[in-house]
Each structure stands twice: as C-alpha cells, then as structure tokens.
Design a binder for this molecule. Structure first.
Ligand code: FES
Length: 110
C-alpha cells in the first residue's frame, strides 16, 4: 500500500492532452512515459523492452496501445503487457494519480 509520500509531482495536468505522451523524470533519474487515454493517465518506464528506445517517441491509440516507433513493438499502457512484437518482456508500469492540477507518479507496480 503506497502513501502520498511515495508520489512525486512530475507535470501539470494541462501539459498532457488526451491521446498524448509525455516523458518526465523521477527524482532518481528514471525516465517515465505518461500516457493519457479517455481522460485517464497511465505511467510506464520510458524504455522499450526490445532495445531501450524511448516509448514517449512512439504513438498512442484510443485502445490503450502504445507503439514503439523504432521497430513497432506494442504495449498496453494499463498493465505494461506486450501486445505486438518484437518486444517479449512487459514494460514496468507505475502508480499514477491526478490531483491538485498535477500528475503524480508513485512506485512501480507489481
Ligand atoms: S526498441 Fe522498441 S520495438 Fe525495438
């Protein structure tokens, strides 16, 4: 169970439009890709598990599918699972919340 102290504000809510992707950095330097679908915000590690390319350079559709633009691997931003090759390993997802006009990222899930 995470507490508020586990979350850090990484962006203004207004900086991420629906269907958009945004790369942010956590305190420890880890890059996280924010993704917004249907008003809901998700957060995944900003490194494709295929060859480490930034997922935030890819594209997001309205079915929660994030496509890496380097070789076309597809991940579901809701749980990080692989839904299209060539990636084989899921991408790490993070707890995220929208509060006080900001987007807050918490600990990695799972
Ligand atoms: S680095 Fe993402 S599909 Fe190859």
């Amino acid at each position: 169970m995470s507490t508020d102290i586990d979350y850090q504000r990484v962006a203004d809510e207004s900086s991420l439009a629906d269907g958009g992707l945004l790369s942010v950095s956590l305190d420890g330097g880890e890059r996280v890709c924010l993704a917004r679908v249907g008003g809901e915000v998700f957060a995944v590690r900003d490194r494709c598990t295929h060859a480490e390319f930034p997922l935030s350079d890819g594209s997001l559709d309205d079915e929660y599918q994030l496509e890496c633009c380097l070789h076309g691997a597809v991940f579901d931003v809701r749980d990080g699972s692989v839904t299209g090759p060539p990636a084989e390993d899921p991408v790490t997802t993070y707890a995220v919340k929208v509060e006080d006009g900001g987007i807050w990222v918490g600990p990695p899930k799972g």
